[in-house]
Design a protein around this ligand. Structure first.
Ligand SMILES: [Zn+2]
Length: 388
């Protein structure tokens, strides 16, 4: 009965059968308008109005890359990639000891085209944060919430990547750069949902670690976000087509009567790329304190992913760890090859994700060692008594 009611509601609200957000685009395709709309979007990227709109979000567009013709052809590439991911048990006030646990994993793939070999190595690292250590790591001004713990876990990933990068750079005789891939950790959009203080403090900590990559030889660091939710570039594009007065554009979703304003309004950046097949463009996003990160959207075989990385201008190519223009072809080729090997998602990240997963017995052990079984906090225990 309940299922039937839910279905009724979904039908009433036109949520079933499921409709794609790009329905407007699909309808446009039926009457032959898609090409025209796609071209309009692509042309919009060349206009000063687009640059202005982007600038209002603290983003600039770097000149379109000229030299990326071979990025799909990665069959003869030798490279090393390190994927890093982590999981956690949050410190909980329902436990007698409010300690948290992080488990990180780094997987290392070495592909050697000359000898047609691939080597695989896996490292694991767990850390327990006592309440005191947690507060020390966060600083006195930050409340040790779950969000703060998430930030700290991501920071630990980045620190570990730096540590491994330093190790490899000393031992390595390879003539290519090792690519360190993190799962979304440099896509700092997740900080937007936190309070200003946590955001500022954690951003400072991330950027301090990232700066150190600049001094490390033979490595590049980037993060890969699968189906990202970022939408600033799409908003900047939409605002070009909106006919509402300037001050009302951010709130207009087609009320102004313009097709493209209505169509782009609900989309995010990845969906914009999916729709308009915009060429690869590198953006620079300013994050305060004279610091910026670079990002791009990359259409892979299965999705539009976002890459975030620290980069340097062409005249400072001696810096390593940071991506220079001349590294881009190699970086993209490695990522696309990883996506191919992982059937749609970078293999190194997929393996790191699996390896970082806290196993049931590990969780049980942690909870029991702290004095509680994982599912029975005093609160839950009392509920169980009440509700049987
Ligand atoms: Zn509008």
């Amino acid at each position: 009965m309940a299922t039937f009611n839910i279905l009724q509601l979904l039908l009433q609200k036109k949520l079933w059968p499921p409709q794609d957000k790009l329905l407007v685009a699909a309808e446009a395709e039926n009457d032959g308008k898609t090409n025209e709309l796609q071209n309009k979007v692509r042309r919009a990227f060349q206009t000063p109005a687009f640059a202005q709109n982007l600038a209002s979000f603290g983003i600039t567009q770097l000149p379109e890359l000229a030299a990326l013709p071979d990025i799909q052809n990665s069959s003869n590439l030798s490279y090393r990639v390190v994927g890093i991911d982590s999981s956690q048990i949050y410190p909980s006030r329902h436990h007698p000891v409010k300690a948290g646990l992080t488990k990180s994993a780094a997987v290392i793939f070495d592909y050697d085209h000359a000898s047609s070999t691939a080597k695989f190595n896996k490292l694991e690292d767990s850390k327990i944060f006592t309440p005191l250590e947690l507060q020390q790591a966060l600083g006195p001004e930050i409340f040790a919430s779950e969000s703060a713990f998430d930030c700290l876990r991501q920071l630990e990933e980045l620190k570990w990547a730096l540590c491994l990068a330093k190790e490899f750079s000393q031992a390595d005789d390879k003539n290519f750069k090792t690519i360190f891939m993190l799962d979304a950790a440099l896509n700092l959009k997740f900080l937007d949902s936190f309070c200003e203080q946590l955001k500022t403090v954690m951003l400072g900590k991330y950027l301090a670690v990232l700066q150190e990559f600049k001094q490390v030889k033979k490595c590049l660091v980037c993060s890969y976000t699968s189906w990202p939710s970022n939408n600033k570039v799409c908003k900047a594009t939409k605002n070009i087509f909106c006919a509402a007065p300037y001050f009302a554009r951010s709130k207009c979703f087609g009320g102004c009567g313009q097709d493209l304003c209505a169509m782009l309004g609900p989309l995010n950046d990845a969906e914009l790329w999916d729709f308009a097949a915009v060429p690869t463009v590198i953006f620079q996003e300013y994050l305060g304190n004279d610091y910026s990160l670079f990002f791009t959207y990359l259409a892979t075989q299965s999705e539009v992913a976002r890459l975030d990385f620290p980069a340097v201008p062409n005249d400072q190519v001696n810096h390593t760890g940071f991506v220079a223009q001349k590294d881009l072809t190699y970086l993209f080729a490695v990522i696309l090859d990883q996506v191919k090997k992982g059937f749609g998602y970078p293999l190194a990240l997929a393996e790191a994700h699996v390896a970082a997963n806290l196993l049931a017995y590990e969780k049980d052990f942690f909870y029991q060692a702290l004095g509680y079984r994982k599912d029975i906090s005093p609160k839950l225990f009392s509920k169980k008594n009440i509700f049987g």
